[in-house]
Design a binder for this molecule. Structure first.
Ligand code: NAI
Ligand code: MG
Length: 366
């Protein structure tokens, strides 16, 4: 059946890379019979400039109705001219919470054509192929009380609360174990059980879920600081890493170094299956709006394009087409296609559109 995809290009390089992801998905609609209807909607700083609101009603309705969202990036250099309540309305956190997309899937892999190019070797780790499941809708980014208070002596105190319920931990763990079964059957659960109460509960609940339903998957526990070290040292030891919102944010950026560029990392944020068996989903490259290179046509579109591959896998239910797209990205890289962020001195550099053309050419060749 036809899937309704709400496209939110957003700010900065968001529209540039999202246009290319849409063009690639159009190829799958035209050539592989994938049934998607993609509709663009305004929001964020771009929408504030055009319509005086960061989240037009029509956009919010479309977000809530859609089978999935394809998202670019939010954030302009200077948002101080936008009133705080409008900034909150357009915030990504609000969207994630409303959709209850608790499982943030962030695959990280060393693309062989980059890892094998010898000067590039220093920047990638050959063979690394791991995926983060970052809990996305709870933890310290959402816990209350929160705020900046003035104390009796007139000095200020900043407060955030790190909280996790058993249910929040269990559903993230369950998701990670199920994902591991489709991969190399190994889960590393990351916490700070040594110093944090929510971390102690995290470890207990992951262990219980494992024992009850996933004894066929191997489970190891790792402290978050050690995980940062191991990601730098031997990333090939990891398969699925499940962790909380804060550690997942930091560690998945660390892992970005493994693949060479922030511009090549995709993500999916998924809810539990609804009554129709379908998960709500938000797909986006992990990079931001990159104001330093916006408008120049030089951004790497592969993070957005690989997010489209995740959409084919998780929303369209077409894993063979997702593989086809990931293989086409690898083939384009193998043929020497490089945007500025992954080019070595002396290598020819492609712009955003030309890189997507290289992927489309590789798709045509399949
Ligand atoms: P950023 O990810 O936008 O940029 C970091 C660096 O990586 C920059 O030098 C940029 O040029 C480069 N870069 C990022 N994506 C690239 C791509 N596709 N191709 C080539 N180079 C790329 O992070 P930054 O600078 O910290 O934040 C800029 C704005 O983006 C801020 O307003 C921030 O709040 C927002 N942001 C939004 C996110 C989102 O929409 N999910 C995530 C992270 C930041
Ligand atoms: Mg981040």
């Amino acid at each position: 059946s036809m899937l309704d995809i709400c496209v939110l290009p957003g700010d900065g390089i968001g529209p540039e890379v999202t246009d290319e992801a849409v063009r690639v998905l159009d190829w799958f609609v035209a050539k592989r019979g994938v049934q998607l209807r993609m509709t663009r909607h305004l929001f964020g700083a771009a929408s504030w400039a055009a319509q005086g609101t960061t989240m037009p009603e029509a956009t919010w309705d479309a977000i809530m109705r859609a089978d999935a969202l394809l998202f670019g990036a939010v954030g302009s250099l200077d948002q101080t001219h936008i009133p705080p309540e409008e900034r909150r309305k357009g915030a990504l956190l609000r969207m994630r919470k409303a959709l209850d997309v608790f499982a943030n899937v962030r695959p990280v892999r060393a693309w062989a054509p980059l890892a094998e190019s010898s000067p590039f070797k220093a920047r990638t780790v050959a063979g690394a192929d791991l995926v983060f499941v970052r809990e996305l809708t709870a933890g310290v980014y959402f816990g209350t009380p929160r705020g900046i208070e003035t104390q009796a002596d007139g000095t200020r105190r900043g407060v955030n609360t790190h909280t996790y319920t058993e249910a929040e931990i269990a559903r993230a763990a369950r998701f990670a174990f199920e994902l591991a079964r489709t991969r190399r059957n190994h889960v590393t659960s990351v916490d700070k059980a040594n110093v944090m109460e929510a971390g102690r509960l995290w470890r207990d609940v992951v262990t219980e879920v494992h024992r009850a339903d996933f004894a066929d998957v191997t489970l190891e526990h790792m402290l978050a600081d050690n995980c940062a070290l191991q990601l730098g040292r031997t990333p090939t030891r990891f398969d699925v890493i499940v962790t909380d919102n804060l550690f997942g944010d930091l560690l998945s950026d660390c892992a970005g170094a493994i693949n060479g560029s922030l511009g090549m990392l995709p993500s999916a944020a998924l809810s539990a299956p609804g009554p129709d068996g379908r998960r709500r989903a938000l797909y986006e490259p992990i990079h931001g709006s990159a104001p330093d290179i916006a408008g120049k046509g030089i951004a790497n579109p592969l993070g957005a394009i690989l997010s489209a591959a995740l959409l084919l896998r998780w929303t369209a239910g077409r894993p063979e087409e997702a593989d086809r797209l990931e293989n086409a990205v690898e083939a384009a890289l193998a043929a020497g296609a490089r945007t500025a962020d992954i080019a070595l001195p002396g290598e020819a550099v492609l712009g955003t559109r030309a890189m997507a053309d290289a992927v489309l050419a590789a798709l045509d060749a399949t």
